[in-house]
Design a protein around this ligand. Sequence first.
Ligand code: SF4
Length: 280
Amino acid sequence: MSTATTGPALAPVKRNQRPIKPDAYLDSADSQAKARAALGEITAGSAVGEYLGLEMEGERVGTLRFACELPGYVGWTWAVTMARVPRARHATVSETELLPGEDALLSPHWVPWADRLRPGDLGPGDTLPHIADDERLEPGYVATGDADADRLAIWELGLGRPRVLSPEGRSEAATRWYRGASGPGAPDAVASAAKCSTCGFVTQLAGSWRTLFGVCANQWSPRDGSVVSYDHGCGAHSESDVARRSVQWPSNKPMIDDSSIAPLDLGWAKESDHFEAEDR
Ligand code: SF4
């Protein structure tokens, strides 16, 4: 016996396109009792509800259906497939299953984690699966068999990486950067008066990207350490020249009320000191 929690609903098997006659022995009270007993071996008896009927699978083979009373299994049914040999008046249990009906509550279709990952999901210690046919990459250098040429290419010119960016990978990255927070459409670039192309803090990339992108090396910029397009820009541009404003609060002269003078009692001062002070 087996218990299945997923899979398609049982479909009637039509042999030779002939209608299969209902089997009174399979549908009998004795068969139903045997089916309930078999289900009792794999689940609590209270999980099995009312008898829903017999579905013929073939000659002398049928599936008895029972309602499922398990919490959370709305629309599921217990299925007990039974069969009998010719001229026998009793059936035996072939298998038991829990099967979803048309309106059954099912879990979402499972998607492998590698397909669910999105940029930004990778955390410290995580490792991405190796993609052998990643279209963003292509072979870096194919050894020629000439030891001298290969040593020069692989070790001296640094082409020893198994794969390097393909034109597709290069184009994808450039498009992503240009349309993202480092491109000309980013809010700080739109608000900026000067572009990265004239900023002393931009350093050029190597290769063909150097015509369009550089790396910002200004700790005051929100893009410090990031690739920026030359038509990006920010308020930390090296040549920005915003006049420093004076303090916003007005500087009024102190007001002194000299209409009446009240002598201070300093306590520790001698009386003579007091008069001397008044004379002054
Ligand atoms: S400081 Fe601003 S303008 Fe200069 S390179 Fe960085 S992002 Fe561009």
